[in-house]
Write a protein of this length. Structure first.
Length: 262
């Protein structure tokens, strides 16, 4: 059986999903990849490490083990584009964000097999966990955790703000939750935007169902604030300040949800 993800159970309604920090590749895949692909440049590096503190908040934490180049867990299994008119990175990417080929020659992924082996197990656990949290607490809070290099000319212009909150233009969570989280980000030491270039991918859009008690928020973080983007190494000093802000954002997410019925 493929170990597609790691899961840590918590005791609150909060589930943190980390779909893009995985770096494993299936046996044999590396042999068909280019040097650029093998380097896995588009990994959300160190995001799981960044959120390690969330266990102390009682969060449930779901982390993918395999690279997004195997299958992108934040894309629909049917692979339709999330942002029409913009560059689509794809369910089983053939190019890096920079447009470099991931595979040698005519090599191509077996998309159906990858969906079955890697995409489906992650989403089955995500769905089951959210349903269980809603059953236990009356509601569930999903936080989809991402990061990206500060500059990716092929995907967006200029330098990305640090905190990019996505709620699918308000459709994936209660408005009071969106306001509370955005207020923390706006008053922090970091630049922030709500529903800008990143409004939430498949996970946020698919699972966010506030009318039925499941709220979903995506946070895309510019990597310059917690790591060295050139060496891809984690910077503990930078990360410490960012964690303080993340801890406050998650805390207000939990507290505001708890008081919504008052």
């Amino acid at each position: 059986m493929i170990d597609a993800f790691a899961f840590r159970e918590g005791d609150t309604p909060l589930l943190i999903s980390v779909p893009h920090d995985g770096r494993r590749l299936p046996a044999g895949m590396r042999d068909s990849m280019t040097a650029e692909g093998i380097a896995l440049p588009d990994t959300d590096r160190h995001v799981a490490r960044l959120y390690e503190f969330a266990g102390d908040l009682g969060a449930n934490i779901l982390v993918a083990n395999y690279s997004r180049y195997v299958v992108d867990l934040n894309r629909p299994a049917t692979d339709e584009a999330l942002y029409p008119g913009q560059v689509a990175t794809g369910l089983c990417p053939r190019q890096t964000f920079a447009g470099e080929p991931i595979y040698q020659g005519e090599a191509a992924p077996d998309i159906a097999a990858r969906v079955e082996s890697y995409w489906k197990p992650y989403h089955d656990r995500l769905r089951a966990t959210l349903d269980a949290l809603r059953e236990r607490h009356g509601y569930a809070l999903l936080w989809d955790a991402h990061s990206i290099p500060s500059r990716v000319p092929r995907l967006f212009d200029g330098e990305l703000p640090v905190l990019n909150i996505g709620t699918n233009d308000g459709a994936s969570c209660n408005a009071s939750l969106e306001r509370a989280i955005n207020a923390v980000a706006a008053s922090s030491d970091y630049s922030a935007v709500l529903n800008g270039r990143f409004r939430g991918g498949y996970i946020t859009r698919h699972y966010g169902d506030p009318g039925n008690g499941i709220h979903a928020v995506q946070l895309e973080i510019a990597q310059r604030v917690y790591m060295d983007e050139q060496t891809k190494t984690f910077n503990a000093e930078k990360a410490s300040g960012l964690r303080d802000t993340l801890r406050t954002m998650l805390g207000v997410y939990l507290d505001t949800a708890e008081n919504m019925g008052d």
